[in-house]
Write a new protein. Structure first.
Length: 153
């Protein structure tokens, strides 16, 4: 979602013009950046915490050449989501997991009445039926054993 889309959604929701809403959204973002520059931290309840942290100097490698490179220290902005945001995102991933599980399970038959006809069985592509005649591995019929009784020995 872009800033323009956020502005449009808010303007439609509260009934302000997009121009006025854009000004309010931009001032909000500017206030967040100004606070980070001066205070190095801003906490927005139920949303999260933005914080400026110093990343130490380090040695790295140029992925193309493999040459070692010195990377100087720098300041970076970190974000830790608030409790409400984490819960909503967690719920989203749990819902997606449930949908994936439901999709992987076989579907129940829609019409299991005796009048429902089964689909016609067709051989898979490339299947060749066996040639007529005696089978190459004949199976001998089972031998019959005499019923139990007095033996003739």
């Amino acid at each position: 979602m872009t800033k323009k889309e956020i502005v449009k959604a808010i303007a439609d929701d509260i009934g302000l013009t997009q121009l006025k809403t854009k000004e309010i959204v931009q001032k909000t973002f500017d206030a967040i950046v100004d606070t980070l520059v001066t205070d190095k931290r801003i906490e927005l309840r139920n949303f999260g915490v933005f914080e400026v942290k110093k990343r130490a100097a380090r040695k790295a490698r140029n992925p193309r050449t493999g040459e070692r490179v010195d990377v100087s220290e720098k300041y970076v902005v970190t974000f830790k989501p608030g409790k409400e945001m984490e819960e909503r995102v967690k719920q989203m991933s749990e819902d997606a997991h449930r949908q994936k599980q439901a999709a992987s399970q076989p579907a129940a038959p829609v019409n299991d009445s005796p009048s429902a006809s089964a689909p016609e069985a067709r051989p898979s592509p490339g299947y060749t039926p066996p040639a007529p005649g005696p089978s190459p591995n004949p199976v001998s019929p089972p031998t019959q054993t005499p019923p139990p009784g007095p033996s003739s020995y």
